[in-house]
Design a protein around this ligand. Structure first.
Ligand code: GLU
Length: 484
C-alpha cells in the first residue's frame, strides 16, 4: 500500500535530533511504499512561532536528503509550497477547523464553554488539592440554548470543548502494540480557542483526514493525546490513520534529551562538519536497527529496509561519540575528490593543493571541520620554541647532528610520491646507521611540523615535498644553534 505520511512540526526554531528522527521515519515509509511524504506546518500556537522557523526545518531536511514531496520543500535553493491539498500551514486553514468545530457542536459532540480563566484555575486547584486528575468539570456542558445564544450575542468570550464519551480507546500502535486508555483519563479538550484558532488536537485530526494521511508517525509524548484524536475521528465519521509513537531520546544519564545538556539542533552538526550520511545514520539508528548485523547503512538502505515494528519501545540514549565514530567511517570510505568537495564550505579557498593532506589525514579526523583544520600546519610552518626539538632522552647537540643527517638523506631521495616506500626505506636507513629511532625521528618530526604532537615525519615529507622539508629542517637547525 502506498503510504502517505507526514511530519508536522511547529515552527518554533531549529529542527532537533528527535524531530529529525521522526521526520526520517515518515520519509522512509513513504518512499519505501512509493507514497508521499508531506510536510505540514503546525502553527496554531502563534506565540511559539519564530521568524524563519519554517525555513530552518525545511532546509535541514533538504541538507540531509529527506525532501518532502508535498507541503513545504526546498527546491533549487528556494522554499516552496506544493501539493493539491494545501495550504499546508495550519494558520491558513482556520475556516476549515471552525467548520468542523461547529459541526461537532451541532451534532452534540462538542459544546460552547464560557468559563473564565479564574474559574478554571479555581477548579484545577481544588482538584489538585483533592489529589484528583485536573479535568474540566463540565460546567457549560448542558447550558440552555437561549443562554448560549444570549452569551454569543453579547460577545462573551468562549471556547469550544469536545465531549469525551465514556469508554476506552484502543490504540494499535505499530511500535508499542496495543495501548488501551480509559476515557476517564481524558479531559474534555478545548478544540477551538477564544481567538478563533483551533487547538492542535482538532487541527491535527482535520488535517490528517483531508491530507489523506495513512500512517501518523510522531513522538511518544503525543500518545496520551491519541484517544482525543481517535474520538474526534469517530465523531466526524472519518477513518483514523494508523499510529506509530516513536520513543523519547535520552541523555546518557537517562534524562530527557534537552538543549541544556548540549546541542540538539540537527543543523548544527552539519555546520560542524558531520556529513549528512553520518547524521542520517546516527539519528535513524537511535533505538532502531534495520538488520542488527551492522551499524553503517547508506541512506537508501534505510528506505529499503525500513520496518516500524523494529523500532525499540524504550527510550534511546543519544551518545554523540557514536556520531564521531560513524562520521569517521563515512569519511574514510570517501575518495580524495569527494572529500575535497565536501571540505569546500569549511575552507578559506586559498589552501592550494590539499590532496595529499586529505589522503594522510582522513582516517585520523572525526569531522570535516577537524580535517580542514589539519591542513594549516602542513601549509605553513608555525613558530615554535627550539627546546621542543630535543627528544627527552637526548640533547641539543645530538638534535643538530641528527637533523643534519636527516637533511642529507632527504636531499638524496628521488622518490617522494610513495609514502609506504618512503617510510620503509627511511627506517631501514636509520637502522643501518645504528641511530636511535627517537633521536632522529623526534627532532625531524618537530622540525617539519612545528609541533610536539603531529603526524609522522614521513607523512610530512610526502605532503610538503623535498624543498619545503629541507627549508624546515634548516630552520630547526638554526633555532637550535640559537638563531631565529
Ligand atoms: N505539531 C506537533 C509537534 O510539534 C506534531 C505532533 C504530531 O505529529 O501529531 O510535535
Amino acid at each position: 500500500m502506498k503510504e502517505r505520511t507526514r511530519f508536522a512540526p511547529s515552527p518554533t526554531g531549529m529542527l532537533h535530533i528527535g524531530g529529525l528522527r521522526t521526520a526520517l521515519y515518515a520519509f522512509y515509509l513513504a518512499r519505501q511504499t512509493g507514497g508521499s511524504f508531506v510536510l505540514r506546518i503546525e502553527d496554531t500556537d502563534q506565540a511559539r512561532s519564530v521568524e524563519g522557523g519554517i525555513e530552518n526545518i525545511v532546509k535541514t531536511l533538504h541538507r540531509v536528503g529527506a525532501d518532502p514531496d508535498e507541503g513545504f520543500s526546498y527546491v533549487d535553493g528556494e522554499l516552496i509550497e506544493r501539493g493539491d491539498l494545501g495550504p499546508y500551514q495550519q494558520s491558513k486553514r482556520l475556516d476549515l477547523y471552525r467548520k468542523y468545530a461547529l459541526k461537532l457542536v451541532d451534532d452534540g459532540n462538542a459544546h460552547y464553554c464560557f468559563c473564565s480563566r479564574e474559574r478554571l484555575d479555581e477548579i484545577r486547584k481544588a482538584q489538585q488539592k483533592a489529589k484528583q486528575q485536573p479535568k474540566y468539570d463540565r460546567h457549560c456542558c448542558d447550558l440552555e440554548k437561549e443562554d448560549i445564544e444570549q452569551k454569543l450575542a453579547s460577545d462573551t468570550p468562549y471556547v469550544i470543548r469536545m465531549k469525551v464519551p465514556e469508554g476506552k480507546s484502543k490504540i494499535q500502535d505499530m511500535i508499542r502494540g496495543e495501548v488501551v486508555i480509559d476515557h476517564s483519563e481524558v479531559d474534555d479538550q478545548v478544540i477551538l480557542k477564544s481567538d478563533g484558532f483551533p487547538t492542535y488536537h482538532l487541527a491535527v485530526v482535520v488535517d490528517d483526514h483531508f491530507m489523506e494521511i495513512t500512517t501518523v508517525i510522531r513522538g511518544e509524548e503525543w500518545l496520551p493525546s491519541t484517544p482525543k484524536h481517535l474520538i474526534l475521528f469517530n465523531m466526524l465519521g472519518w477513518d483514523a490513520p494508523k499510529f506509530a509513537h516513536v520513543p523519547l531520546l535520552l541523555n546518557p544519564d537517562k534524562s530527557k534529551l534537552s538543549k541544556r545538556q548540549g546541542d540538539v539542533a540537527a543543523e548544527s552538526y552539519l555546520d560542524r562538519g558531520y556529513v549528512p550520511e553520518a547524521i542520517v545514520n546516527f539519528v535513524s539508528t537511535l533505538g532502531y536497527n534495520p538488520t542488527a548485523d551492522r551499524e553503517i547503512y547508506e541512506p537508501d538502505e534505510f528506505i529499503d529496509l525500513f520496518n516500524l515494528s523494529k523500532v525499540k519501545k524504550s527510550g534511546a540514549v543519544v551518545n554523540f561519540e557514536k556520531l564521531d565514530w560513524m562520521n569517521k567511517q563515512y569519511m574514510m570510505e570517501m575518495d580524495t575528490d569527494e572529500l575535497k568537495n565536501r571540505l569546500k564550505p569549511f575552507l578559506n579557498g586559498d589552501e592550494g593543493d590539499v590532496d595529499r593532506i586529505i589522503e594522510v589525514e582522513k582516517s585520523r579526523q572525526n569531522t570535516l571541520v577537524d580535517l580542514a583544520s589539519s591542513i594549516a600546519p602542513f601549509k605553513k610552518l608555525q613558530d615554535y620554541d627550539a627546546h621542543i626539538l630535543i627528544w627527552k632522552k637526548s640533547d641539543g647537540e645530538t638534535a643538530v647532528d641528527m637533523l643534519k643527517e636527516a637533511r642529507e638523506y632527504i636531499d638524496g631521495l628521488d622518490r617522494l610520491d610513495d609514502i609506504v616506500l618512503l617510510e620503509a626505506s627511511m627506517k631501514q636507513w636509520i637502522k643501518e646507521q645504528g641511530i636511535q629511532t627517537g633521536d632522529i625521528l623526534w627532532p625531524l618530526r618537530v622540525a617539519l611540523s612545528g609541533s610536539e604532537r603531529s603526524p609522522s615525519p614521513f607523512e610530512y615529507i610526502y605532503v610538503i615535498g623535498k624543498t619545503e622539508a629541507l627549508y624546515r629542517i634548516d630552520n630547526a637547525i638554526n633555532k637550535l644553534k640559537g638563531g631565529s
